[in-house]
Design a protein around this ligand. Structure first.
Ligand SMILES: N[C@@H](CCC(=O)N[C@@H](CS)C(=O)NCC(=O)O)C(=O)O
Length: 215
């Protein structure tokens, strides 16, 4: 099976990071193709890949699957254990993953993923409110499992919250001790570190994203 994952820039594309992590955990060969965002003609390239004109898109033997969660579900059909084994955990993992996929709008807007950013300036209240809800949810899940991940073993839910963890680091968002330990776990994951190294090696910048809540 020939798999090609079309992604945005490593530094900024949180939606791309999620299925890329899932594919790395599957340990199947795949090719990544980066499309520089916000350059002339970039939208046409994206629209050639999917009607929504967004990345990520996974090409499977010439068939295209757009959307991070749809790609993750495709991967979960190929490889067991990308969702938790326990049925109740599986339902909850899908629920919290979907919550990330559709929610936390202020956190996404005010604290966009930006792996080279480190600031501890005051963040807008709406963003802090979303961040507090994320911490509450993480703390609840972590208190009911043995860790180190949300449902014990690494799952798609952790892939979906890894870009969120980077935002806590980049923007110095408040977190509990338990959530801080979880963030450290995600940040020290070998595959996340592989992605982060690619981000540090890339030179493309998105000035508008760099300007969001800049110090
Ligand atoms: N719901 C989509 C969202 C994808 C998305 O918004 N991707 C961003 C990059 S992180 C994008 O392609 N933006 C296109 C643009 O900026 O025009 C998913 O989960 O894949």
């Amino acid at each position: 099976m020939a798999l090609t994952l079309f992604i945005g820039n490593y530094t900024y594309s949180s939606w791309s990071l999620r299925p890329w992590l899932v594919l790395r955990k599957m340990d199947v060969p795949f090719q990544s193709v980066v499309i520089d965002l916000d350059v002339p003609g970039y939208k046409d390239r994206l629209l050639e890949l999917s009607p929504a004109g967004t990345v990520p898109v996974l090409d499977v033997n010439g068939e295209r699957i757009p959307d991070s969660l749809a790609i993750a579900e495709f991967c979960a059909q190929m490889v067991p254990n990308l969702w938790p084994k326990d049925e109740a955990d599986k339902v909850e993992a899908r629920r919290v993953t979907q919550r990330m996929h559709e929610g936390f709008e202020a956190l996404r807007r005010e604290a966009p993923m930006n792996l080279k950013r480190r600031t501890d300036g005051r963040m807008p209240e709406s963003c802090l409110k979303d961040a507090a809800q994320v911490v509450e949810m993480w703390d609840d899940l972590l208190s009911r499992h043995d860790g180190p991940y949300l449902f014990d073993e690494w799952s798609i839910a952790d892939a979906f919250y890894t870009p969120v963890a980077t935002r806590f680091e980049s923007y110095g968002l408040p977190r509990s001790r338990r959530s801080d330990t979880y963030i450290s776990e995600l940040m020290s994951d070998e595959h996340f570190q592989e992605w982060e190294a690619l981000a540090f090696a890339e030179t493309h910048v998105l000035p508008e994203t760099d300007a969001v809540n800049a110090p």
